[in-house]
Design a protein around this ligand. Structure first.
Ligand code: ATP
Ligand code: MG
Length: 542
């Protein structure tokens, strides 16, 4: 029997994103600043967002003849205009497709081509890369629009607010959206395990996720008068795009928007703005637990932090509590599930350490073995999901879609999980990242979790390396030592032996320990094992 959510099912209104977020009465003042730029103090209130989005939406219809299903690419670091332009695109019936602002022109062109983008929104400082990408993708120059601060003196690339001015004078109608069928976002998965895939998310997926999120404890408990969050997660990634933006609009809490993560700046903003909660990926938790700069700031306003997107060890969560008395809870999600699937409540992280929490309402899960047979509690296998927030498939990838869903409609996550009888889920690792030592499976995240608990280790990444003699993969740890600790052979041996004494024989670090200066990570906070694997390969070939 599938595992059902323990939460009371919620009713999901059959409406589009615009109606859900912008047309319902709000319980907080409409002119209160919601999104605040951390550098300039420029802000948008709920009323600003609605007014500006309507004007730009009209501009899109009028100037570009924007139609239902037209795709708008977004290529920008975090900026307070992001919610405005997204709502405008949705009003006009369009699909927003955000791209990672660190992309090369070639990467961006790939996404523009794959998504069939009709126009691209970017910022002045990214114009050069955007123009190159547009040329490669065959997108005309005047379809590149600007957002944020800065204008284009040549007049070719119009600022969205100029299109607004024209839009305000005309009266096109809001698109007639079918919330179940029409896509709201075409997000690209992080590309951790291969090339990013276009994930189709409908208006109904996003509205469902909003209702699911609002019914689970932590968001419900937020007060617009006192709470404030730091908008540090990238808005091009589903976690920032949906969770951070939606939390602010639903609850009215202030979101201080940071264009790029900088630890010291983030600490200062937490202190100055009395930030009370944050959604973050594990590298930020790592910094809070280990980095010396943290001690220079007063972070006592922080009540809880939610970590998701990549594995977080319980040791690290405990170290943040010990150091700062801040509870680090976890959630689990994917681009394909809009994203939230499971979440821990703030007070539960302590009770169920290391868990990613319980299922969101209206969701069902199955944990299955290699043959697709359902497993009972406490047994590890692949997690399959069903729910109103689950995507309908990958964009233009029929073959992949066949593999991704079972015949009876379950989405295969590719993640290995077990669930305890109380309904708390635990993630072991990704199926694709398990190291295969002879017949045994070794989850690198488990070894990393242990290693990160050591005082001399600042960061670590474990990968499987090929052992020619034994003809198998063996685990090897790439370790970043804390400043002041010497990289010696004796240190490598000490760490290897220390870990080997703590794990099952199959999980021993047979590939030993190597030292590196930095673990390669994506902007969304994921360890890029494939980058490290490629580096190792190159070194071996050299
Ligand atoms: P791609 O599918 O392109 O390889 P990706 O899977 O990293 O990239 P996302 O949709 O951003 O793209 O990430 C979803 C994945 O992140 C999940 O499948 C899971 O492996 C990982 N993840 C999410 N939350 C957690 C968590 N709390 N702990 C461990 N891993 C997590
Ligand atoms: Mg994925």
């Amino acid at each position: 029997m599938p595992i059902a959510s323990l939460q009371i099912p919620v009713e999901i209104p059959p409406v589009d994103i615009w109606s859900y977020y912008l047309e319902q009465p709000k319980h907080y003042p409409g002119d209160k600043p919601l999104f605040v730029d951390c550098d300039t103090g420029r802000s948008h209130s709920f009323n600003d967002i609605k007014r500006l989005a309507l004007e730009f939406g009209k501009g899109l219809r009028h100037v570009f003849n924007w139609q239902r299903g037209d795709v708008m690419g977004l290529f920008t670091p975090n900026n307070i205009d992001v919610p405005v332009v997204n709502f405008a695109i949705h009003w006009a019936g369009g699909i927003a497709s955000p791209a990672n602002p660190t992309y090369t022109p070639e990467d961006l062109a790939q996404q523009l081509k794959d998504s069939g983008a009709k126009a691209l929104l970017t910022q002045k400082m990214f114009l050069q890369a955007a123009r190159k990408a547009a040329a490669l993708a065959g997108l005309p120059e005047d379809r590149i629009l600007l957002m944020g601060d800065g204008r284009d003196e040549t007049g070719v690339h119009r600022h969205w607010s100029d299109i607004t001015a024209q839009g305000a004078k005309v009266q096109p109608q809001k698109a007639n959206i079918d919330p179940r069928k029409d896509l709201a976002y075409l997000v690209y998965s992080s590309g951790t395990t291969g090339l990013p895939k276009g994930v189709m998310l409908s208006h109904q997926n996003i509205v469902a996720q909003a209702v699911q999120g609002e019914k689970q404890g932590d968001i419900k408990g937020l007060l617009w008068e006192v709470d404030a969050q730091l908008g540090v997660l990238p808005f091009f990634h589903i976690y920032g795009l949906v969770v951070v933006l939606a939390t602010t609009i639903a609850t009215g809490v202030k979101c201080v928007v940071l264009p790029k993560f900088d630890l010291e700046k983030a600490c200062k903003l937490i202190q100055d703005h009395h930030i009370t909660f944050m959604y973050v990926p594990p590298p930020i938790v790592l910094a809070l637990g280990k980095h010396p700069v943290i001690s220079k700031y007063d972070l006592s306003s922080l009540r809880w932090i939610n970590s998701a997107a990549a594995p977080l060890s319980r040791e690290l969560a405990v170290s943040v509590w010990d150091r700062l008395k801040i509870g680090v809870k976890q959630g689990y999600g994917l681009s394909e599930t809009s994203p939230g699937v499971m979440i821990q409540l703030a007070e539960e992280w302590w009770k169920y350490q290391g868990s990613v929490g319980r299922l969101y309402p209206n969701m069902e899960a199955k944990i299955v073995d290699e043959d697709g047979k359902e497993l009972g509690y406490d047994k590890s296998g692949e997690l399959l999901l069903k729910g109103p927030n689950v995507f309908s498939g990958y964009w233009k990838r029929p073959e992949l879609n066949k593999e991704t869903f079972t015949e009876d409609g379950w989405y295969r996550t590719g993640d290995i999980f077990y669930c305890c009888p109380k309904g708390n889920f635990y993630i072991t690792d990704r199926k694709k990242e398990l190291i295969k030592y002879k017949g045994f499976q070794v989850p690198p995240a488990e070894l990393e979790a242990k290693l990160i608990g050591r005082d001399d280790i600042a960061d670590v990444c474990v990968i499987g390396v090929w052992d020619k003699e034994q003809h198998t993969e063996i685990p090897r740890a790439y370790v970043v030592l804390k400043p002041g600790v010497e990289e010696t052979e004796a240190k490598a041996t000490e760490i290897t032996e220390w870990l080997n004494a703590k794990v099952a024989p199959s999980k021993k670090l047979r590939g030993g320990v190597r030292f590196i200066k930095e673990v390669p990570k994506s902007q969304a906070g994921k360890i890029l094992r494939r980058v490290l694997r490629d580096q190792v390969k190159k070194e071996e070939e050299a």
